[in-house]
Design a protein around this ligand. Structure first.
Ligand code: SAM
Length: 229
């Protein structure tokens, strides 16, 4: 996706124009539910960093993204974070590492700016369609994520699946329908009708998350890391 289209799509998220409000109102609910067993209560500190939160309000965090737009406090690249070492108590990195060119370097930067004993929460897609923000380079397993962090002084303390196999099936079904549908209007209609029809199935994941096999086609996985003292 080019930068201009990306900026427009972020601006639409927060826009108060009636056309954008109507689009948001008609848009079907996301085809996924979060795993309620994913831990969220690791400590926050005076300074916390949210990577890739363009178009979002993330109170309690410094919001860093590539582009200076709504919600962003610092426009910078995750490959070279403009902060001193050990500044942050907690770092959220949700669906960003698939977009960076060098995930090892981004992870080294996360580790560098994290204080000893601080926590980083890294979430990445495993089975998920191509989505360029502004590029899309890779997918991750939990094993891969764990190794990425361990290689730069981070110890995994919790891990699992955020979104499950039903989310995977639904996002691929929607994408497939949009490929079949002709033109922009056809894609919008496929997204609208199929999205509203299928979204109730997402609740199946609340049961499937308990299955040890769910991760074989899991949608997004997470690992919580603690920075070594
Ligand atoms: C899929 S979105 C993340 C969505 C966000 N976590 C949320 O839940 O709404 C990926 C974000 O990462 C940002 N991003 C991509 N590459 C980046 C980089 N090298 N440095 C910083 N941010 C980057 C994109 O601009 C985009 O806002």
């Amino acid at each position: 996706m080019d930068t201009k289209t990306l900026q427009q799509s972020y601006e639409r998220r927060a826009s108060r124009r009636w056309k954008d409000r109507l689009r948001r109102w008609l848009s079907p609910p996301a085809p996924l539910v979060m795993n309620p067993r994913e831990p969220r209560d690791f400590p926050l500190g005076r300074w916390n960093l949210y990577l890739g939160g363009a178009g979002r309000t993330v109170s309690g965090y410094v919001n860093l993204d590539l582009f200076p737009m709504a919600g962003v406090d610092v426009a910078a690249d995750a490959h070279a974070l403009p902060f001193r070492s050990g500044l942050f108590t907690r770092i959220e990195c949700d669906a960003v590492l698939e977009h960076v060119r060098d995930a090892d370097q981004a992870m080294r930067e996360i580790s560098r700016v994290l204080a000893p004993g601080g926590y980083a929460h890294v979430v990445t897609p495993f089975c998920h369609p191509f989505h360029a923000y502004p590029e899309d380079h890779r997918r991750f397993t939990i094993d891969g994520l764990r190794c990425l962090g361990s290689g730069c002084g981070l110890t995994p303390v919790a891990e699992g699946w955020r979104t499950g196999p039903t989310a995977t099936m639904l996002v691929f079904a929607l994408e497939y329908a949009k490929i079949l549908a002709p033109g922009r209007l056809g894609r919008a209609a496929a997204h609208f009708f199929l999205g509203w029809l299928l979204f109730p199935l997402r609740y199946l994941d609340l049961v499937l998350h308990r299955s040890p096999r769910a991760g074989r086609i899991g949608n997004h996985c997470y690992v919580w890391f603690r920075k070594n003292e």
